[in-house]
Ligand binder design. Structure first.
Ligand code: HPA
Length: 298
């Protein structure tokens, strides 16, 4: 079973760093997800299987507010994935984070509205079993071990990174107003994007490690006096995508075999687990990992 995955954001549509890539379609309780699975020859002794998923679908056809985040993350977990490297295009709120720079994101502010943001809808809610009530710890939302490995990848490849940064997630698909950007900066945001929440949260709910390499494609609204365009985002991404590829490819090869972080162990369960979960229909279903997590906090 593949334990590693890469989620490619804007401009990262190819699993070119993998060999023997084959398409797979997975049916999840939230919809069908198409992924590619190939081998990363640089991982461990004999290489490793890696799942590649394009967040915006084939040809960037799905806008941020329509992405089926729950189906995507569920599909990865069902395949056996435990660690995810994700990429994303962002606007910068800080002069020192310039277009073309990579940021290893370490925290988030959630301003994304009206999108399902949890697997745990309470018993009977969410159109089915609901999987109970769970309050997930996000004291450290991005896996510190994956960030450390990405830092090592930066040293090994010479691709400079900003180590740490706060990502504010908006709903999109419109860009922000200058007033919103001023507010987000006051609140502590460094970069802005439209997709990372709930993706990072859903991964944590299922006990997976998640690391994000954000590529700054533009200064945020109101910072330069120029209007923002998706074309500018895509162009800057295309010019710099080799940096992201180098970092992620190298990071995959530097991962320790076993996880030493807490990402798989910090679910807090309130109330009784619903019957559906013990019957294997809830988030326990892929391989029982959520149930294991529960035991550890009980
Ligand atoms: N705002 C929101 N999302 C983005 C931006 C931005 O300025 N640039 C790239 N993705």
């Amino acid at each position: 079973m593949p334990e590693l995955a890469v989620i490619g954001g804007t401009g990262v549509y190819e699993a070119g760093f993998l060999s023997g890539v084959k398409p797979h379609a997975l049916v999840t309780p939230y919809g069908t997800v198409e992924v590619q699975i190939g081998r990363h020859e640089g991982t461990g002794g004999g290489g490793a299987e890696v799942v590649f998923l394009t967040r915006h679908g084939i040809g960037h056809s799905v806008p941020p507010h329509r992405i089926n985040y729950r189906a995507n993350i569920w599909a990865l977990r069902a395949l056996g994935v435990k660690r995810i490297f994700a990429t994303g295009a962002v606007g910068s709120l800080q002069e020192r984070m310039a277009p073309g720079d990579c940021v290893l994101v370490s925290d988030f502010l959630d301003f994304a509205r009206e999108r399902p943001a949890t697997f745990f809808e309470g018993q009977g809610a969410g159109g089915g079993s609901g999987f109970g009530v769970v309050h997930t710890d996000v004291s450290e939302p991005y896996c510190p071990e994956l960030r450390r490995v990405l830092r090592q990848a930066s040293e090994a490849t010479g691709v400079a990174v900003h180590d740490g940064g706060c990502y504010v997630s908006t709903s999109g698909p419109r860009f922000e107003t200058p007033a919103e950007i001023r507010m987000f900066r006051r609140l502590g945001a460094d970069v802005v994007g439209m997709t990372n929440v709930p993706e990072v949260v859903l991964a944590r709910e299922l006990g997976m490690c998640y690391g994000l390499v954000a590529m700054v494609t533009n200064y945020a609204a109101g910072m330069t006096g120029n209007p923002l365009t998706h074309a500018e985002v895509v162009e800057t991404m295309a010019e710099n995508v080799r940096k992201i590829r180098a970092l992620v490819w190298r990071a995959l090869g530097l991962l320790p075999a076993e996880r030493s972080c807490l990402c798989g162990r910090n679910l807090i369960v309130v109330g009784e687990p619903p019957a559906a979960a013990s019957a294997g229909e809830g988030p326990d279903a892929p391989d029982g990992s959520v149930r294991e997590n529960r035991k550890q906090v009980e």
